[in-house]
Design a protein around this ligand. Structure first.
Ligand SMILES: [Zn+2]
Length: 356
């Protein structure tokens, strides 16, 4: 039931959604400018910090007064992040791969995305910048969140000589910049996205000295759900194709709005995919899953052989079929199929366990 209500929350008139999103981002900018006195800015980091301002940090766990050593540690953390995102070289380009957003997110944020954020729907596209709407988490004071995604390969996909359906695949495979209107993105991750050059929207130069001084993670649960939706071709590619078609037809920034009916169809399609495909996983988790698969398949084949052997016994010993077949008979039947005695014993135990 709850999921159904959340679906209704996410679907909305696209123009209204655009206006709401603009107001939310304006509110954020005003609040940020009002907070200036509490911000450890880029200028402060650059050597202009006045200790008499008495700012705090929680880099050691508990809040305490900020020192110049802390600023040096912060600057080193910034350098690490920039190096990770290729921002140390002169030819640095911006953006981040969709799968990398998932890979670099914290396990806690991924778990929240998997358990709490079920829907991400595109509302409108303006020249390769798409507004997505997601449901909000259970303890939120709003019913939805706005995630903006700029597809950096949009122009290239548009002008590539490929059919729209093929060109559409380039969007989610390319790099993106993003933004979310929630507090987690605002106070934990917008700074990281800004220094890594994959932030869309207003940049943040205030170091998160209280909430995230070690600069962990890259994305909130809403952004992670959107990235999960982008990486599921069956859900996203149809919309991506429409983006390309619209772009080729209008050759400009003309806004493309999703009707409520189209949003509903997008959500229904996403909801109909198997739960396994909707679970957001890192590249490493996917790799481990693939590695584990052959062993699972082997076990399934073994169990099927044991069942076949049992079936044979049922026809050859029909009179005794209702009695449990003694282990030694089972083993003998298996050995006729080419098993060694030991392998037969192991396979029978596995099959019995699987049935029990
Ligand atoms: Zn968010």
């Amino acid at each position: 039931m709850a999921a159904k209500d959340q679906r209704a929350d996410v679907v909305q008139d696209a123009r209204k959604a655009g206006k709401d999103a603009r107001l939310a981002f304006e509110f954020d900018l005003k609040r940020r400018l009002g907070d200036q006195a509490k911000i450890l800015s880029a200028d402060d980091m650059g050597g202009l910090y006045e200790p008499k301002r008495g700012l705090f940090t929680s880099i050691d766990g508990k809040p305490r007064m900020l020192t110049f050593d802390d600023i040096l540690a912060f600057k080193a953390a910034v350098k690490d992040i920039q190096r990770m995102h290729g921002q140390h070289s002169k030819q640095a380009s911006g953006g981040i791969l969709v799968k990398k957003v998932i890979d670099l997110s914290t396990p806690q944020d991924r778990e929240r995305a998997n358990k709490q954020i079920h829907f991400a729907v595109p509302m409108r596209n303006t020249a390769g910048v798409v507004q997505f709407q997601t449901n909000a988490g259970p303890n939120s004071d709003v019913s939805r969140h706005t995630v903006m995604v700029q597809f950096l390969s949009y122009d290239a996909a548009l002008s590539s000589g490929q059919p729209a359906a093929e060109a559409a695949k380039l969007l989610a495979r390319g790099k993106v910049k993003y933004d979310c209107d929630c507090n987690r993105h605002t106070f934990w991750f917008r700074y990281i996205a800004s220094i890594g050059n994959f932030n869309y929207g207003r940049a943040e130069d205030g170091f998160p000295r209280i909430r995230n001084p070690k600069l962990y993670g890259v994305a909130c649960k809403h952004v992670i759900r959107v990235m999960g939706t982008l990486s599921h071709a069956g859900t996203f590619n149809n919309f991506a194709r429409k983006m390309i078609e619209h772009g080729r037809k209008t050759l400009g920034g003309k806004q493309q709005l999703m009707t409520v009916k189209e949003q509903q169809a997008f959500i229904d399609n996403a909801a109909s995919t198997r739960k396994r495909a909707r679970t957001i996983k890192t590249s490493e988790e996917k790799r481990l899953e693939r590695a584990a698969q052959p062993a699972q398949q082997r076990r399934a084949v073994e169990a099927a052989k044991v069942r076949a052997a049992n079936e044979t016994l049922r026809t050859t010993h029909a009179a005794k079929v209702n009695k449990p077949v003694p282990l030694d008979k089972k083993i003998k039947a298996m050995m006729k199929l080419g098993y060694s005695e030991q392998a037969a014993r192991i396979a029978i135990t596995a099959a019995d366990n699987a049935q029990g």
